[in-house]
Design a protein around this ligand. Structure first.
Ligand SMILES: *[C@@H]1O[C@H](CO)[C@@H](O)[C@H](O)[C@H]1NC(C)=O
Length: 191
């Protein structure tokens, strides 16, 4: 092998060795990020736990972060997501109620729907049961256990899921899993 070819071969080998090492360290960083970043703060840890509790893994965890951020905490908050979430819950409940009883009166339907969306009722207790009052980020002056705070976080969670999936059906199903109960069972208290 003449020295020119040898030098060429050597630089080719060197080149690939460098490329491979760069790729390896990239991969290592990615693994490192995936393993360590989500648990890097108490808030992130709480989000991980919450995902396990509801049985849904976010593709975009930023959506759950936002859902668990009250309007008092930052400009980036859960206000709009909680409107979507409230609609997801009501749509899913309407489907179930009408599916069970096509003759339900509009008065009854509205009553049942307002029972699930009222802050004083199930959305607060469902949210508290999940421990959202310990997860949601609020300003220092805001009581994170206040029903309005817990409820908006609870609703926003389903808005976030719907947005993460790109449709509302699965978010509705997850709501029923979390909520327990079924629409046909029992009275208003079952909500
Ligand atoms: C926060 O709100 C909850 C629920 O309304 C209430 O029980 C609690 O006493 C409040 N805490 C403070 C410090 O105001």
């Amino acid at each position: 092998m003449n020295s020119g070819r040898f030098a060429f071969t050597l630089s080719v080998i060197l080149f690939f060795t460098i490329i491979l090492n760069i790729q390896k360290s990239h991969a290592a960083n990615e693994v490192h990020d995936r393993i360590f970043k989500p648990t890097s703060s108490p808030f992130s840890t709480a989000l991980e736990t919450l995902q396990k509790q509801i049985g849904y893994d976010f593709q975009n965890i930023g959506l759950l972060r936002r859902a668990m951020t009250h309007g008092s905490f930052s400009e980036e908050n859960n206000r709009a997501l909680s409107i979507l979430g409230g609609n997801v819950i009501e749509t899913s409940a309407s489907l179930r109620l009408l599916g069970k009883d096509i003759d339900i009166s509009s008065k009854d339907l509205n009553r049942r729907l307002s029972e699930i969306s009222k802050v004083e009722s199930s959305c607060t207790s469902d949210g508290m049961r999940l421990g959202l009052q310990k997860v949601v980020r609020v300003s220092p002056k805001t009581n994170s256990s206040a029903p309005g705070v817990v409820c908006s976080a609870f609703r926003a969670m389903f808005g976030a899921i719907a947005l993460d999936i790109g449709k509302s059906d699965d978010a509705g199903d997850i709501f029923w899993n979390v909520h327990g109960g079924d629409v046909g069972v029992g009275d208003a208290l079952a909500w």
